[in-house]
Design a protein around this ligand. Structure first.
Ligand code: OAD
Length: 254
């Protein structure tokens, strides 16, 4: 279902005139890259497991090997995935906007691979490992990845874990501060491919609204944010975002 041209034009005009655009993306923008959204039924082998159990400190403590096998399978999806036109459109918008802060709830790194810089990874990055004892990021050689079922820190021997935020864990401080500041300062908030259900990420749009920002939502389905959005663009990000960029025209946003 295409969004009516007048809605695309209205959204493009908001982006063109924006002083500071804050973008929040969710799993929906990577759906067209073949990565299942978080609330899609688990794919295949993992259909009988509940991510709400596996993506938790308790789940990892109880069965670190099972959790690692689940993450290695998700890493395979991510490694095979390619950025789609939605990711590239946001990278282009970042080049043309006066100021743009891109906050993503996704852990797949596809925004960076599409050319976006300074991406705020609100929930971390699935391709990075972190030492469970020293809490710093550990770079494992790619050939090591996927080999050890229970990878350990070469420095202290503690278990490694994926450098992602699990349910019940806090958002990395730097990401939290950057996202909060952008939401409070922006004059246009662009929400793409998120169900707007999980806080504190879902609170960013509310913070932007309180600060007087206009909200544009790109999602094929309505969400809790829809009723608060100035413009709702009902469609897949891989189609809607390039269409938005095209309407910005050569004049860009400056
Ligand atoms: P969800 O799976 O909750 O929502 C995905 C959203 O994307 C839905 O609103 C879909 O309608 C929409 N969608 C699907 N296909 C799309 C497309 N082609 N283009 C645009 N939108 C599309 O994923 P998130 O909202 O990202 O947290 O979930 C937020 C957080 O909940 C995740 O980061 C994860 C999960 O718990 C953690 O892992 C901590």
């Amino acid at each position: 279902m295409e969004s009516p041209p007048e809605l695309i034009d209205r959204a493009a005009a908001l982006l063109r005139d924006a002083r500071h655009i804050c973008v929040l993306t969710g799993a929906g923008i990577s759906a067209e890259s073949g990565i299942p959204t978080f609330r899609d039924a688990q794919q295949g082998l993992w259909a009988s497991y509940d991510p709400m159990q596996l993506a938790t400190p308790e789940g990892f403590a109880e069965d670190p090997e099972l959790v690692w096998r689940w993450y290695e399978s998700r890493r395979e999806y991510v490694r095979k995935a390619q950025p789609n036109p939605g990711h590239y459109a946001l990278a282009e918008l970042g080049l043309r906007a006066r100021k743009l802060t891109l906050v993503t709830q996704n852990v797949d790194g596809l925004h960076q691979r599409a050319g976006s810089s300074e991406v705020v990874e609100y929930h971390g990055n699935i391709l990075r490992d972190r030492c469970t004892a020293e809490q710093f990021v550990v770079d494992r050689a790619p050939e090591e990845a996927g080999t050890a079922t229970l990878p350990r820190c070469a420095g202290c021997g503690a278990l490694l874990r994926p450098d992602v935020v699990w349910f019940g864990e806090i958002i990395p401080r730097q990401a939290l501060l950057l996202a909060d500041a952008a939401a409070a300062d922006c004059d246009v908030f662009l929400s793409v491919g998120t169900s707007s259900l999980v806080y504190p990420a879902a609170g960013l749009a509310e913070s932007a609204l309180r600060a007087g920002a206009r909200v544009i939502e790109v999602n094929p389905n309505p969400t809790d944010l829809s009723r608060l959005a100035d413009v709702q663009l009902r469609g897949p990000a891989g189609t809607v975002l390039p269409g938005l960029l095209a309407r910005l025209g050569a004049s860009g946003t400056s």
